[in-house]
Design a protein around this ligand. Structure first.
Ligand code: EPZ
Length: 427
């Protein structure tokens, strides 16, 4: 298994270009099934979750062809099956979007329950409630979700929680439903707007994406389209936090600065200098950081997907910081690994109490999920000596060429093949 070897204490300097948003890509690729035509999707990140989705769509009869590294053509005219084999999904969390897309177009779907993550329960009860309110029958058995409907009729759906996945999934299932579907308490994340824009380019009739009330009026036909997905807010934020952690001056380019506002505000509160242009932000840090408090919230609040990275940064701030995780019920499991590097963090329920600055030293650590892995990389950038991070397949699910991008900024990070050698070999 590959692992990262990182030697810390080097400032970062230079320009890093951000790729397309993973969480937009994993929604828009299955959404192409609704079009019944040929869709060309550009600015896709070269990450494992995109490759996994292409494999799944091909297994269902869709023709997928990469026109270049980041442009995928999906011909969804002939879909041979609405039943997905588990082996094609691996541990993909976002496979649940196949249910909404197939239900919307074919009124049936058989999809294995989505892969979990290592941070608490990841139910899809709100997705299912929405499908049932549109008239579908949902049977969950043997780890598989079966949905079918004679017809889908628009309805009012209230989401108890502003769930990103449920919002997108119900939006997809409603595209052809007769009448109008209203989603109340919808999530407002940028990738929801991106998916709605893609579906509207295909001929759907979706209004209000990006607000808490989304209206979908069913249409009779949809067609293919050409679409470019938005930049990745979380990838961009990860590099902004890395610059603050290592010190130096980094320009993060090909982004939408508005999507970064909650993080920008917090980094400025911590003492970083931040300038922004049309499609870039410049982060300057001299290393001395103020403590600050973070509460994760739904967009436009502070993103839960930057919580692990920010907590790593706060271990270097002067004083005590409080990080409250209000979206997921157990998203601090990565802290055990950070402890191996010398952080001073105490977990009290949904809050992490972070004391800084803590002297970090390199250690052998394990990535437990995608953003936990990013957090370990951030910590390693400030640690004395060598850090080795295993399970980096999690990181490859959401970050394109992270080691090349960090190396180009001056970090000492290498992707090593084979199992991590025992620590003794380095002593
Ligand atoms: C999406 O997950 C993202 N994944 C996650 O990013 C992100 O952390 C999350 O949204 C929140 O922003 C993708 O877009 C593929 P939710 P999702 O439904 O849709 C509860 C990453 O690292 N809930 O918004 O699964 C749930 O338990 C990943 O890129 C229900 O109770 O998240 C959680 O507490 C990690 N019932 C809260 O809502 C449901 O039916 C938010 O979950 C659905 C969710």
């Amino acid at each position: 298994m590959d692992y990262f070897a990182i030697t810390g204490n080097r400032p970062l300097k230079g320009v890093v270009d951000i790729n397309g948003a993973k969480n937009a890509a994993v929604a828009i690729i299955p959404a192409a099934l609704l079009s019944g035509g040929i869709c060309t999707v550009d600015n896709l990140p070269d990450i494992d979750d995109v490759a996994s989705y292409v494999t799944v769509l091909q297994s269902m009869g869709a023709k997928c062809k990469f026109l270049d590294r980041s442009t995928l053509q999906i011909d969804a005219r002939k879909i041979s099956s609405t039943a997905i084999a588990a082996e094609n999904l691996k541990d993909m969390r976002a496979s649940y979007y196949l249910i909404g897309a197939l239900l919307g177009r074919f009124k049936r779907a058989t999809v294995p329950m989505p892969g979990g993550c290592n941070f608490g329960a990841r139910p899809i009860d709100l997705h299912i409630k929405g499908f049932e309110q549109l008239g579908a029958t949902v049977i969950q058995e043997h780890g598989v979700v079966n949905v079918f409907a004679d017809r889908l009729v628009g309805n009012q759906v209230y989401l108890d929680v502003a769930s990103v996945g449920a919002t997108i999934n119900i939006m997809m299932a409603a595209c052809y439903a007769s009448g109008t579907t209203t989603i109340e308490n919808a999530a407002k994340e940028p990738h929801i707007v991106d998916c709605a824009n893609f579906l509207n380019m295909c001929g759907a009739n979706i209004k209000g994406a990006g607000t808490s009330v989304i209206r979908i009026t069913g249409v009779k036909i949809m067609k293919g389209c050409e679409y470019t997905i938005i930049p990745d807010q979380i990838e961009a934020g990860t590099y902004m936090i890395a610059a603050a952690m290592a010190g130096g001056e980094v320009k993060v380019r090909n982004i939408i600065p508005k999507h970064m506002e909650s993080l920008t505000a917090k980094l400025q509160e911590m003492g970083c200098d931040i300038n922004a242009g049309d499609d870039w932000v410049m982060v300057r840090s001299r290393g001395n950081l103020n403590a600050c408090n973070i509460q994760t919230l739904y967009y436009p609040g502070f993103p839960t997907d930057l919580q692990p990275q920010m907590t790593a940064l706060l271990t270097q701030a002067d004083g005590v910081s409080y990080v409250t995780e209000a979206v997921f019920d157990n998203r601090f499991q990565y802290v055990d690994q950070l402890m191996r590097m010398g952080v001073k963090i105490k977990i009290e329920g949904r809050m992490a109490v972070v004391e800084g600055p803590a002297r970090l030293t390199g250690a052998d650590v394990i990535a437990t999920d995608l953003r936990a892995g990013a957090s370990l990389i951030i910590a390693a950038l400030s640690a004395e000596g060598l850090t080795k991070i295993s399970n980096i397949h999690y990181i490859d699910r959401g970050y394109e060429k992270i080691e090349a991008k960090l190396s180009s900024l001056g970090a000492n990070i290498k992707r090593m093949s084979g199992d991590m050698p025992a620590l003794m070999e380095y002593i």
